[in-house]
Ligand binder design. Structure first.
Ligand SMILES: Nc1ncnc2c1ncn2[C@@H]1O[C@H](COP(=O)(O)OP(=O)(O)OP(=O)(O)O)[C@@H](O)[C@H]1O
Ligand SMILES: [Mg+2]
Length: 593
């Protein structure tokens, strides 16, 4: 992830240009606008550069010859150029930000769209804070550069060339003196740039780390408080925040040094011009007007010189930000449609695992291997196994949250990788072990997978999940729940997630331990209703309790990542010691009560 740091320091400007060049497709739509603004800025500079020449005419002509009448046309000319400059500056300032802001928003949306297409495995390996930092602060840095830095880099470079040429034409010896003195500055800038690059990269990485820390601790606040580890978390944050501050300070120190050098340069040069220029004026080799024009022209270079360090810093930060954004954009979405995906309107629900194996990306050992299973249309299969056996992993393969690494899964005899992904996922209603609710209304959460669901469908799903409690919420179905809304209990959340999975009766229902948080009575009620739903659809239900297992027609026992036995609950209980061991404690309890 630190690829930018590994390139040789001497390549910095080339590297920067290359990174920023990658923004091309996003800049394209605004190219016309940006060109217009740059032209306006250039014309404004030109209009400003003409003023010293007019001044020379005034000093060497009317003033020298005490000819008051001739001042007026020259004065009006100067006024005209001044006005043109003002209008052009206004025009540029006014329109500048709009394009840059639009470009930022385009990039942000592209990034978010890309993140949505990334498989779960991508998010397993990327810290959420890094993703947040890239979509928020890195993009702002890019915007700042495009909307301001880039234009001024072009304008300032042009100013250097135009005014530099004018200086040499106005007075060749003095002009060459100025140029000769500027050469060391260019070298200092180049050195500065290489140092600044690695620092800004480290700062941006650290910001991502800090964002991750804040996010994790706000999500895990209960655990932190319950274990009384506020100080531990506080210390960790303090460490990270201090390190970020030190990195920033290093950046600022470098910037301060460069400012000092760059700021003093024009003053020194001005002094040199005055010293070297007064001599020929006294001796009459140049006119007073020429020296004044020369100084006035030189003053036009002060801002471009002074802003150079800052502009290079902005460019540097934008290039680092671009690298970081493209690290995300370059990550290939691994789970996508094949070239000519098969449409699937409604599956019959025949689900088959053919010698399926699965290894998590980056993991050494397979989690699942040699899985052979058939679930007939309308049948419900319970998946039983000890903790960590691979039940959740198996369930996630069905809607292709991960892809099998060997063998294949078929739905209606088609490899699920051949079916159009959106169609496949529409066939599967899924409830996870840890139900996620979004900060939205209950209804929006319920219809997350079926946007056009009717009121009847919603009512039915709520009935199946025994989630009538939603009607008692302050605003019923319109109550906001989730992160920023009303907090629900674990069992309530689970029932909403279950209702969401069965909404609209999808042909395939995958439930990962859906009833674990319910009390016995609610569980019994949910089971009764669920039995009716499962009768019509194909079901894969991960279960830990005998009562849930009894919902299923058959049971598959998963041991160490492979299917050890398949049969009815009673057969397995009688014939399989592992199965008996897993469920017997509960069976005994059940017998005792
Ligand atoms: N994202 C992941 N990356 C790498 N390994 C993982 C990942 N998720 C799970 N594992 C590993 O895969 C194995 C199976 O996990 P899985 O979640 O499928 O078990 P499970 O049977 O659902 O367990 P439980 O009953 O506790 O829910 C575990 O050893 C776990 O460490
Ligand atoms: Mg699990």
């Amino acid at each position: 992830m630190n690829s930018a740091d590994s390139s040789p320091a001497g390549l910095a400007p080339a590297h920067r240009a290359l990174s920023l060049w990658r923004l091309r497709p996003f800049v394209q739509p605004y190219l016309g606008h940006l060109t217009l603004m740059t032209t306006a800025a250039l014309l404004a500079t030109l209009a400003g550069a003409v003023l010293p020449l007019v001044t020379r005419q005034v000093i060497d002509g009317p003033i020298r010859h005490h000819d008051r009448g001739a001042v007026i046309p020259l004065g009006l000319l100067a006024l005209g150029f001044g006005l043109v400059e003002a209008v052009l500056v206004f025009l540029r300032r006014w329109t500048m930000s709009a394009s840059a802001l639009r470009l930022e928003s385009d990039l942000r949306q592209a990034l978010y769209r890309h993140l949505q297409r990334m498989p779960i495995s991508f998010h397993d390996h990327w810290q959420s804070g890094q993703v947040v930092a890239r979509t928020i602060s890195d993009l702002s840095q890019i915007r700042r550069f495009i909307g301001f830095g880039l234009i001024f880099m072009v304008v300032n470079s042009a100013t250097f060339v135009i005014v530099g040429t004018m200086l040499i034409i106005t007075d060749p010896p003095l002009g060459l003196l100025v140029l000769a003195c500027s050469a060391p500055l260019a070298w200092i800038m180049y050195r500065f740039e290489t140092g600044y690059r690695s620092r800004s990269r480290r700062v941006q990485e650290k910001q991502g780390d800090l964002a991750t820390l804040v996010e994790e601790s706000s999500g895990g606040m209960r655990t932190i408080k319950a274990f009384g580890r506020r100080d531990l978390v506080q210390d960790r944050f303090h460490d990270q925040a201090t390190r970020l501050r030190d990195l920033e300070l290093g950046k600022v120190r470098l910037l301060a040094m460069i400012w000092a050098i760059v700021e003093s340069q024009p003053q020194l040069l001005l002094a040199a011009i005055m010293l070297a220029g007064s001599y020929p004026v006294v001796h009459g080799t140049i006119t007073l007007g020429t020296l004044v024009a020369f100084v006035a022209l030189f003053l036009l270079l002060v801002w471009p010189i002074e802003s150079m360090g800052w502009l290079l810093a902005t460019a540097q930060e934008a290039s680092t930000a671009t690298d970081r954004v493209f690290e995300v954009l370059d990550a290939e979405p691994a789970i996508v449609d094949r070239p000519h995906p098969m449409p699937l309107v409604r599956s019959t629900g025949l689900l088959r695992f053919h010698n399926v194996g699965f290894t998590y990306p980056g993991a050494a050992r397979p989690v699942l291997h040699g899985i052979n299973l058939t679930i007939e249309p309308g049948e419900t299969l319970a998946l039983v196994g000890s903790t960590g056996a691979g039940k959740t992993s198996l369930a996630m393969l069905v809607p292709r949250l991960y892809d099998v690494t060997s063998g294949r899964i078929t739905l209606d005899r088609h490899d699920i990788r051949d079916i159009r992904l959106t169609d496949l996922r529409r066939q599967v209603g899924m409830a996870f072990e840890e139900p996620t609710l979004f900060s939205a209304s209950v209804r929006e959460n319920l219809t997350f997978g079926l946007a056009g669901a009717t009121d009847d469908q919603v009512a039915e799903a709520l009935e199946v999940a025994q989630a009538g409690f939603v009607h008692e919420l302050p605003w019923g179905l319109a109550t906001r729940v989730g992160e920023q809304g009303l907090t629900l209990s674990g069992g309530q959340r689970q029932r909403l997630a279950l209702a969401r999975a069965v909404l609209g009766r999808p042909p395939l229902v995958v439930l990962d331990d859906p009833l674990s948080a319910l009390d016995v009575h609610t569980e019994a009620r949910v089971e009764r209703a669920l039995r009716a739903v499962l009768a019509g659809t194909t079901g894969l239900v991960v279960a830990h309790r005998a009562s849930t297992v009894l919902l299923a027609d058959r049971v598959a026992l998963l041991v160490d990542g492979t299917i050890a036995a398949v049969g009815s609950h009673h057969d397995l209980l009688a014939g399989d010691p592992v199965y008996r061991n897993l469920l017997s404690a509960e069976a005994e309890l059940g017998a005792a009560s």
